[in-house]
Design a protein around this ligand. Structure first.
Ligand SMILES: Nc1nc2c(ncn2[C@@H]2O[C@H](COP(=O)(O)OP(=O)(O)O)[C@@H](O)[C@H]2O)c(=O)[nH]1
Ligand SMILES: [Mg+2]
Length: 376
């Protein structure tokens, strides 16, 4: 494969016409689905349009290619895809929910991707089916993607039981949240029993991810004397576990000290989840040491939360906020698509730019039209 052909390869889930602006997902070679990518040069046949039933059946049968295409629909910003995605989610909802959902955050370079690869490979060896997703609300600005940057999880991508999906870019934070939530549901319906969400530590995204997972893991590393200042207190307060990564080689001793420091701080903080004590642990995502232990911590958490009913109530709350978001997005779509609103918007825009109408009047004008249209 020449460099050139590698760069122009598009996965099967990309719409024939490229999907235009509506498709927010960036196409990143080699990350999405390695085994389909390998044969891509020979089977260049365009992907046929799938019906709702095709999507439902394909996902329930665990077809990764169809799952990937369905996620593309969910991630699309086009109103017609929004409608299809909602139907799809509705059909698949009864088959979702059977997974352990883990959110992983940490500063860039903390080793999130490397950790997810190590944990994912471990879980696959245990016979688990692992979906790896990325949530990156900042990518709409940077046009980057956190799973596409350095670590491509090449080993995990080779596992038949792993499904890796880079982050959707574009759209509002709310949009990203709705899309990520629905992507989780789709993966669960496709039989993935473990969902790992990577998010970059940029403030808002932690709370976003926290609101869609069962367990929230904060990855930290030892630094040059400023270990504990390097990470915001607010993030520690969200954590169900702090994991000091890169506890290997010369760094091992330092990592153990950092772990003890975090445990001391955690002692004085209110735990993120009632009935659970957040503690610090250490691991090396390179050697694999400590990976199994942290998974046991997560399983232990799930077991306790299942017993005391908190897991169920947490998920109910999460579902509630998701339903609200979907409704809000739907209302926004209705308004944005309305021809009269669109026309007036254009008109007002020109008038505003020409300075021929005050902003307050323009707002009032627009609101009146929206209200009239909504009553119809
Ligand atoms: N020594 C060591 N290096 C690691 C470990 N985990 C990750 N790294 C390295 O740290 C760098 C950043 O890792 P990456 O997973 O891309 O970090 P992310 O930005 O948090 O996803 C890479 O060069 C990794 O090889 C570890 O446990 N030990
Ligand atoms: Mg990463």
């Amino acid at each position: 494969m020449t460099d050139n052909s590698y760069n122009t390869y598009k996965p099967e889930w990309v719409p024939l016409d490229g999907g235009g602006e509506a498709f927010a997902s960036q196409i990143m070679t080699g990350v999405d689905d390695l085994d389909t990518a390998k044969g891509s040069q020979s089977k260049a046949a365009p992907a046929a349009k799938l019906s709702l039933a095709d999507y439902v059946d394909g996902i329930l049968a665990g077809n990764r290619m169809i799952l990937a295409r369905a996620i593309t629909i969910v991630e699309s910003n086009a109103p017609k895809h929004f409608a299809l995605s909602q139907e799809l989610v509705q059909r698949l909802l009864p088959y979702s929910g059977n997974s352990v959902r883990v959110g992983i955050t940490g500063v860039p370079g903390a080793g999130k991707s490397t950790f997810i690869e190590a944990l994912g490979c471990y879980l696959c060896r245990q016979g688990k089916k692992v979906a790896v997703l990325a949530v990156d609300p900042s990518s709409s600005l940077s046009k980057g993607s956190i799973l596409g940057d350095k670590t491509r999880m090449e080993n995990l991508a080779k596992e038949a039981n792993a499904f890796i999906r880079p982050s959707p870019s574009g759209g509002t934070l709310g949009g990203v949240t709705r899309k990520s939530r629905e992507t989780i549901l789709l993966c669960e319906a496709a039989g993935y029993d473990t969902v790992l969400l990577e998010t970059v530590g940029v403030g808002q995204s932690e709370t976003t991810v926290r609101s869609m997972v069962d367990f929230f893991l904060v990855l930290v590393i030892t630094g040059a004397g400023d270990d504990l200042q390097g990470i915001k207190k607010g993030i520690i307060e969200l954590a169900d576990a702090i994991l000091v990564n890169k506890a290997d080689g010369d760094n091992q001793q330092k990592a153990l000290v950092t772990k003890a420091d975090y445990n001391q701080i955690l002692h004085y903080l209110r735990p993120a989840t009632e009935g659970w004590t957040t503690k610090a642990y250490s691991c090396s995502s390179l050697t694999g040491e400590g990976i199994e232990d942290i998974w046991q911590v997560i399983l232990n958490f799930i077991e306790i939360m299942q017993e005391n009913g908190q897991l169920q109530s947490k998920r109910q709350q999460q579902t509630l906020s998701w339903v609200k978001q979907v409704a809000e997005e739907h209302i926004r779509n209705i308004i944005k698509q309305n021809p009269r609103v669109q026309d007036r918007m254009l008109q007002l825009e020109q008038q505003l730019l020409a300075g021929s109408i005050p902003a307050t009047l323009a707002t009032q004008n627009l609101i009146t039209i929206i209200e009239e249209e909504l009553k119809k």
